[in-house]
Design a protein around this ligand. Structure first.
Ligand code: DGT
Ligand code: MG
Length: 431
C-alpha cells in the first residue's frame, strides 16, 4: 500500500552497504535503463561525467534494493538518491516502455564503438577514444594496425576476443578453481582457495574467474604464486599472463584517504592472465563415461617437480613462458604474431580471463570482501567508512589513520562488525 511504501522509503538505509541487494530484484527494467546512462557517463569519463555516473549508480542501487516494484514515480518519494533526471527516465520507461534518452544512447555509433572497444581485455575508455579518433570502426581495424602500444593484454585480448566475450559459466569456473585448489594444496598444504568475484555473489556467469588464495599462517603464502602458475602451466592450462609483485606499504597507506579514490587497485601479489579451459570444463558431469577429466582425482605436481620449480633458474624460464616477451624484438611484432597464430590453430579449449590473488591471512577477510564485490558495494562501503567512521577501508584492511593502526579481522563477519554494519551475505551484495 502507498502508506507502507512511504514508511519503507522513510526507513530506507542511506548506504548501499547497509542494504540487501539480490541478483534477482523487482525493478530490472528500470535499472537497465539507468545503467545505460551510467555506462555512457563512465565512458565519456570527464570530471562532470564522473559525478553523473556516480549519481546513476546510486540511483540504480536503490532500485535494486526496493522491496516493491515501482509502478509510478510517486512511489519513489523520500528516497534521496533518486534525483529528478532519474525520475524522468523512470517515468518514460513506465509510461512508454522505454526512455528516449536511453534509446538515443543505444543507437549512437560512438557508444556502440566504445562498448565494443572497451570489451577488449586491456582497453579502457581512453584507449577506446583514441581508436575512435583514428577513425577505427571495428576490431578488424585494430587488428590491421596490430597492437600499437605493444601491450600484451591488448594483443592477446584482440586475438582471443571471441573466446573472451563468451561468458564464463559457473560450472567452468568451479572446475578451474578446483584444479587451482588441488595444485595449490600440493605446493602449500593447508592453502585456502576461494572463488570470488561475481560467482561468490551467486552469479551464474561472469567475464572472468577471480580466485583468492591465502594460508592460515601469515607469510606462508609467499612464493606460492610462481609455483602455482608453473604447475598450471604443466597441466596445459596457461596461455599468457603477468605477475604483479606485492606492493603493499603501510607507510603510504597511512598518508591519506585519497589513494585509489577512483581506481579500485590493491597491492596484493597477483597474476592476471588468460587460461586455457578445456571444452570439457563446461560440460556438466553426467556419467562416468562422458567426461572423466574433472571427476578423477588428478595427480598433481610431484615433490621433485616442486623442487625443480622452486629452483630459481627454472623459475626464470617459467616466467619466460607465461609472461609476455615484452619488446624483445624490434617493435612489438613478436607479441602480435604469436597470439594470432595460436588463436587461429585448431584447439579444444577456450581462452578465459583469470585473476589469481594472493593475500596474507592477516589481510585475508578484507581481501575477501574487496574481491567479492560488487564494485558498487566496495565503493559505497569505502565511502561510508570514511564519512561515517573516519576509517580507511581497502582490500588490505580497515585503518585508523590518526592512531595509525589497523582493525584486524578473523572473519568476514568481523569486518562488518568493525564497520558497524549488519552482516550482509555475499548473495546480497549485488547492489
Ligand atoms: P564479472 O566478472 O563480470 O562477473 O563481475 P565481477 O563482479 O566478478 O567483477 P570483476 O571480476 O571485475 O572484479 C571482482 C571484484 O573484485 C569486484 O567487486 C571488484 C574487485 N576488484 C576487481 N579488480 C580489483 C582490483 O584491482 N583491486 C581491488 N581491490 N578489487 C578489485
Ligand atoms: Mg569477475
Amino acid at each position: 500500500s502507498p502508506a507502507e511504501e512511504n514508511e519503507c522509503n522513510r526507513n530506507f538505509p542511506e548506504w548501499a552497504c547497509q542494504r540487501k541487494a539480490k541478483l534477482e530484484h523487482l525493478n530490472k527494467k528500470l535499472t537497465s535503463a539507468v545503467e545505460v546512462l551510467q555506462e555512457f557517463a563512465e565512458l565519456r569519463d570527464s570530471n562532470q561525467d564522473y559525478s553523473r555516473a556516480l549519481a546513476f549508480r546510486r540511483a540504480s542501487s536503490v532500485l535494486k534494493s526496493l522491496p516493491f516494484q515501482v509502478q509510478n514515480v510517486e512511489q519513489l518519494k523520500g528516497l534521496k538518491d533518486i534525483g529528478e533526471h532519474v525520475k524522468t527516465v523512470i517515468s518514460d520507461v513506465l509510461d512508454h516502455g522505454s526512455s528516449s534518452e536511453v534509446e538515443e544512447i543505444l543507437k549512437s555509433e560512438w557508444f556502440k564503438k566504445m562498448k565494443l572497444f572497451t570489451s577488449v581485455f586491456g582497453i579502457g575508455p581512453s584507449t577506446a577514444k583514441a581508436w575512435i579518433e583514428r577513425g577505427w570502426e571495428n576490431l578488424d581495424d585494430a587488428q590491421k594496425d596490430g597492437c600499437p602500444s605493444g601491450d600484451w593484454r591488448i594483443a592477446w585480448g584482440l586475438a582471443f576476443f571471441e573466446d573472451l566475450n563468451v561468458p564464463v559459466g559457473r560450472i567452468e569456473a568451479i572446475a578451474f578453481s578446483q584444479i587451482v585448489q588441488e595444485e595449490a594444496e600440493c605446493i602449500l598444504p593447508g592453502v585456502i582457495t576461494t572463488l570470488v568475484g561475481g560467482f561468490r555473489r551467486g552469479k551464474s556467469q561472469g567475464h572472468d574467474v577471480d580466485i583468492l588464495l591465502s594460508h592460515p599462517t601469515d607469510g606462508a603464502e609467499m612464493g606460492l604464486l610462481p609455483k602455482l602458475i608453473a604447475a598450471l602451466g604443466k597441466r596445459g592450462l596457461v596461455l599468457i599472463g603477468h605477475k604483479e609483485k606485492n606492493s603493499f606499504r603501510s607507510d603510504i597507506l597511512y598518508q591519506d584517504f585519497k589513494l585509489s579514490a577512483r581506481g579500485q587497485l590493491d597491492h596484493f601479489e597477483k597474476w592476471l592472465g588468460i587460461c586455457k579451459f578445456p571444452k570439457s570444463f563446461s560440460t556438466p558431469k553426467i556419467s562416468k563415461k562422458s567426461k572423466p577429466e574433472i571427476n578423477q582425482p588428478t595427480p598433481c605436481t610431484t615433490d621433485t617437480d616442486l623442487k625443480a620449480t622452486a629452483d630459481s633458474s627454472l623459475d626464470e624460464s617459467m616466467n619466460e613462458l607465461y609472461e609476455p616477451k615484452a619488446k624483445k624484438t624490434k617493435g612489438s611484432e613478436a607479441i602480435e604474431l604469436e597470439p594470432n597464430r595460436i588463436s587461429a590453430a585448431p584447439r579444444d579449449w577456450l581462452a578465459r580471463r583469470v585473476d589469481l590473488i594472493i593475500a596474507p591471512k592477516s589481510q585475508y577477510y578484507y581481501a575477501l570482501v574487496g574481491w567479492t564485490g560488487s564494485k558498487h558495494f566496495n565503493r559505497d562501503a569505502r565511502l561510508y567508512a570514511q564519512k561515517k567512521l573516519g576509517l580507511k577501508l581497502t582490500s588490505h584492511g580497515l585503518f585508523n589513520l590518526e592512531k595509525r593502526e589497523p582493525l584486524t579481522a578473523q572473519s568476514e563477519e568481523e569486518v562488518f562488525s568493525h564497520l558497524k554494519l549488519p552482516y550482509i551475505d555475499p548473495a546480497d551484495r549485488n547492489c
